[in-house]
Design a protein around this ligand. Structure first.
Ligand SMILES: [Zn+2]
Length: 276
C-alpha cells in the first residue's frame, strides 16, 4: 500500500491521521473520508478544545483521549454534518452564541438546525445535544496558558466561526479557507460576508501567521497533510472577491490562486445585488 501520509503525519489507526502543527495544537485528519476533514485539538494548561468533530464516520473521541487527559470541550466551527459528527459523544459542547444558532435551541437541547446541517446530502442524521456553553463572537477561550479568540466568519455558512491563537500566530479557519474548492454554493453562503470576513481576519494576521483549514488535499505524490495556508492566500481570496464584486458578473466558479477556487451559488450574490 502506498504511504498516504506526508512526512511528520502519523496514523493513529487505519482512519485517523495526526500531526502536531504547533506546540499543543494537533491536527486530526480523516484522509480516507471523501471530504478529507481535518479537525484540531488545542491543548492548554488546564483544558483542551476540539475544534470540529468531523463527519462522525468513526469515533474521534478515542483519538482525543490518546492525545490529552485534560477535560475537553468540543466546539464545531459550524453545523454542517462533516463538522458535527459524533458531537453527542462529548459531554461538554460549546457553540458560538449567534441568533442563527440560538433559534434552534429548545429545552436546553440543540435541535436540527434546518439548512445549517445538510446531513441529508450524505444520509447523516442529527441527534439533539446539550449545549453547555454559548460563546459570543469576541469571546476569549482560556484553556490555561493558552487563549483563543472566537471570530464570527460567515460567508461559507452564516454560523461559521474561526479561532485565533495570537500567541502561537495560528488561525484555525475551518471552512472559511482551505485547499481546493471553497464552498459558497451551499445554503446560507454569502459573498458579501465572505469578503468582509477576509478583512476581519487579515487585520489579525502578519507575514508569519499560519492558517489551518478543515479540508485537505493530497499532494502530487498522493500524500496527505494538515492543510496549511498563509496570509497571501487570504489576500488572494479577498482580492478575488473584490474583483468579482466590481465586475458585476455572476459565475458559478472562480479561481482564487493555484491552491483554491470558489464554487458559487446564485443566492450568494444576492447581498451584493441588493446593495447596488
Ligand atoms: Zn461547511
Amino acid at each position: 500500500m502506498p504511504n498516504m501520509l506526508a512526512e511528520g503525519v502519523r496514523w493513529f489507526d487505519d482512519w485517523f491521521a495526526v500531526r502536531e502543527v504547533a506546540p499543543g495544537i494537533h491536527a486530526i485528519g480523516e484522509p480516507r473520508f471523501h471530504q478529507i476533514n481535518w479537525n484540531y485539538l488545542v491543548i492548554g494548561g488546564q483544558r483542551a478544545l476540539l475544534f470540529d468533530t468531523g463527519p462522525g464516520v468513526r469515533d474521534i473521541l478515542q483519538v482525543v483521549k490518546a492525545l490529552t487527559t485534560l477535560p475537553v470541550t468540543a466546539m464545531p466551527s459550524h453545523m454542517h454534518f462533516d463538522h458535527t459528527g459524533n458531537i453527542t459523544r462529548f459531554p461538554d459542547v460549546a457553540l458560538a452564541d449567534l441568533p442563527v444558532l440560538r433559534a434552534f435551541e429548545r429545552d436546553g437541547l440543540m435541535q436540527e438546525p434546518g439548512n445549517l446541517f445538510l446531513g441529508h446530502y450524505e444520509g447523516m442524521k442529527w441527534t439533539p445535544f446539550r449545549v453547555s456553553q454559548w460563546w459570543p463572537p469576541g469571546h476569549i477561550i482560556d484553556l490555561g496558558g493558552r487563549r483563543l479568540e472566537v471570530i464570527h466568519t460567515p460567508g461559507h455558512a452564516p454560523d461559521h466561526v474561526a479561532l485565533w491563537d495570537a500567541e502561537a500566530n495560528v488561525l484555525l479557519a475551518a471552512d472559511f479557507l482551505y485547499l481546493g474548492a471553497l464552498y459558497a454554493q451551499v445554503p446560507g453562503s454569502d459573498l458579501a460576508q465572505y469578503e468582509a470576513g477576509c478583512d476581519v481576519l487579515l487585520r489579525r494576521l502578519d507575514a508569519g501567521s499560519r492558517i489551518f483549514g478543515a479540508h485537505g488535499m493530497p499532494d502530487a505524490e498522493g500524500r496527505h497533510d494538515a492543510p496549511q495556508l498563509a496570509r497571501p492566500d487570504l489576500e488572494a481570496l479577498r482580492d478575488t472577491l473584490e474583483k468579482l464584486r466590481n465586475s458585476g458578473e455572476t459565475p458559478s466558479r472562480v479561481e482564487v490562486n493555484e491552491r483554491m477556487y470558489l464554487l458559487i451559488g446564485p443566492h450568494a450574490y444576492e447581498a451584493w445585488q441588493r446593495a447596488k
